[in-house]
Design a protein around this ligand. Structure first.
Ligand code: MG
Ligand code: MG
Length: 256
């Protein structure tokens, strides 16, 4: 799982090199697919889902008001967009699953605060992913950080266990109550992934059956790490360092 989390993190960095105005989201998807295959992995998302409408691509690329599960296509990124990219890979029978919201050249202070808060809430959640805690402790930590800023916490989509399958139990909601839910045990592997909106938390799904957008069409952010529950402190298997070597922006550390 460590190797899978590393490959998916490195795949993000390959994509990050090409994120600039004018690139189409389909071009980014091709870069990811080629890189994953070159490194003996397979894309986890391509073909995932219902037989009559499987997800068609390697990356979920969700721009601005799109929250998750956007289709790569002919859209060209433009300065001021934010673009949430979610990538899943399978290598040696184990999945890695990482999401990161990128800034295309620039964004408003308002949107930067949304990104920073979402990132901080991810680490707040990870801090609670220790042996003996409950799932609700993670959920509550994410929710508290984001709602204290007035942001929306998406209810319809949640984090999850991760391993030989892309989505395993338990579910890891981004909202909930301390001390509730399944007990965390050392060695459990979780994908923790806050999906946070600038406005209201309600979402719609577009007619393609996949793309989730905010109901009020305000921007949304999404960050996801793969972690192992441990005694005392969670181990983070994935990394944003490769990405941030490319983007030269550490969203966790920028002060608005
Ligand atoms: Mg993901
Ligand atoms: Mg996930």
């Amino acid at each position: 799982m460590r190797e899978s989390a590393r490959l998916v993190s490195l795949t993000h960095a390959e994509v990050a090199k090409k994120i600039k105005p004018g690139v189409t989201t389909a071009e980014l998807d091709q870069i990811a697919e080629d890189y994953i295959k070159k490194n003996n992995g397979t894309p986890s998302f391509k073909g995932y889902g219902p037989k009559n409408n499987p997800f068609p691509a390697t990356l979920c690329i969700s721009v601005n008001e799109q929250v998750v599960h956007g289709f790569p296509g002919t859209y060209s990124l433009k300065a001021g967009d934010i673009v949430s990219i979610d990538c899943g890979i399978c290598k040696n029978g184990y999945h890695g699953d990482v999401a990161y919201t990128y800034i295309v050249e620039e964004c408003s202070d308002e949107v930067m605060d949304l990104l920073q808060t979402t990132m901080h809430s991810l680490y707040d959640g990870i801090e609670k992913a220790v042996h003996g805690n409950k799932i609700g402790d993670i959920s509550h930590a994410v929710q508290t950080r984001c709602e204290s800023k007035g942001y929306g916490v998406v209810r319809d989509l949640v984090g999850h266990g991760l391993g030989k399958s892309l989505h395993e139990s338990p579910s890891v909601p981004n909202y909930g109550r301390k001390g509730r839910g399944e007990r965390l045990r050392s060695g459990m592997t979780l994908a923790i992934e806050p999906m946070i909106t600038l406005g209201d938390f309600h979402v719609d799904t577009l007619d393609d059956g996949w793309t989730v957008v905010t109901a009020d069409r305000l921007p949304a952010a999404h960050y996801e790490h793969d972690v192992v529950v441990r005694e005392g402190e969670a181990e983070i298997l994935s990394s944003f360092e490769y990405i941030e070597e490319i983007t030269k922006i550490s969203i966790d550390k920028v002060t608005a």
